[in-house]
Structure formats: structure tokens, C-alpha cells
Design a binder for this molecule. Structure first.
Ligand SMILES: [Zn+2]
Length: 186
């Protein structure tokens, strides 16, 4: 249980949870890519380091974990039983930071889109349906909406490979970059 971890270990875990490529991010990338969108991965150039950047559509997407970012009404947005005060402060800080990042990005002319982890993992097709009107239509007349099973499988493979290589770099996913490099430009 997280509370029993030492402060140091907890900080490390939290930083890791926040900054590493996680499975939901892979699901989102596969989803967008298979649907035909082209994008850049997280970069330090933009505040908050969005998970996906669609520069031509002037849009950024964050995949938010329901627990850390407090998905409203979500069963995953629980408050641990002990040290509640500390958790609540932490959550408040996260939410404040999310709001600040959103304001800054919007002032720079970016559309900021939040995708919640639970929705993405439960029904990626529905997430894509919501994203298309926000991002704008695809040039291709017919696009492929991958099934949930297909997406999870791809995400799983990439996730394993990423950690097998013990790579800690960000925005430098060899597979995703390879796909991007070999993809026809829109
Ligand atoms: Zn949720």
C-alpha cells in the first residue's frame, strides 16, 4: 500500500507514474494512428508535456489517470483511507497544475483535450468518436476504427518492449517514431 512506503520511494513512484509512457498512452496513440491521424509525441517544448501533439490541427491531448487527476464521478478517483489530508492536498495541487497548464496552452492557441484513462481502456471506439469532431475530419474517406481488443494487444506489446529495453527517454519511442517516419504525410 502506497502509504506505508517511505517518502523517498513514494516520490519516486509518483514521478514515475507521472512521467513514464504508460499503457493508456499507447492505446491512444494506436487509436489515433490507425484512424489516420498523424501526431508528435510528448515534448518538453510545450507546457505540461502533452501526451500527443497534433500540430497541424493545433491540438494537444493529455491522457489523464483517473486517480491522480481526479476524474469527476469516477470510481477510480478514490481517496485512500489514511493520511487523507495529505492526499487531498496532493490532488488539489495536481488539479491546480492541470488547470494552469490548460490556461497557458489555450493562451498559446492550442486546443486542449483531456482523455480519461478509464474511458480509453473501456471503450476506445467511443473516445475516438468524441475526438473526431474536436480534431476535425480525416482526409481519408474511410478510416479504420480498431477494436478494443486490437488496441489493447498493440499497447501491451509496445509497453513490454519499452520496458524490456529499459528506456527512460520521453518522446523518443522507437516504434512510434518508426511508424511516423514510414507513414504517408496527410
Ligand atoms: Zn475515470
Amino acid at each position: 500500500m502506497t502509504d506505508s512506503l517511505s517518502e523517498e520511494k513514494r516520490q519516486w513512484n509518483m514521478s514515475r507514474i507521472r512521467s513514464c509512457d504508460t499503457k493508456p498512452e499507447y492505446v491512444l496513440r494506436s487509436l489515433l494512428h490507425r484512424a489516420g491521424y498523424r501526431f508528435r509525441l510528448k515534448t518538453r517544448d510545450l507546457p505540461g508535456r502533452p501526451d500527443v501533439i497534433l500540430a497541424r490541427r493545433r491540438s494537444v491531448i493529455f491522457v489523464h489517470g483517473c486517480f491522480w487527476h481526479r476524474h469527476p464521478g469516477c470510481s477510480r478517483a478514490t481517496v485512500p483511507g489514511t493520511h487523507q489530508e495529505r492526499w487531498l492536498q496532493k490532488f488539489e495541487k495536481n488539479q491546480r497544475r492541470d488547470a494552469e497548464v490548460k490556461t497557458i496552452l489555450e493562451s498559446m492557441g492550442w486546443q486542449v483535450i483531456i482523455v480519461w484513462e478509464c474511458e480509453l481502456m473501456r471503450s476506445p471506439e467511443l473516445v475516438l468518436e468524441k475526438l473526431i469532431p474536436l480534431l476535425g475530419p480525416l482526409r481519408k474517406k474511410t478510416y479504420h476504427i480498431p477494436s478494443r481488443k486490437e488496441l489493447l494487444q498493440v499497447a501491451e506489446e509496445r509497453f513490454k518492449l519499452k520496458f524490456a529495453k529499459n528506456s527512460s527517454s520521453h518522446g523518443d519511442d522507437p516504434i512510434a517514431n518508426n511508424i511516423l517516419a514510414n507513414s504517408p504525410k496527410l
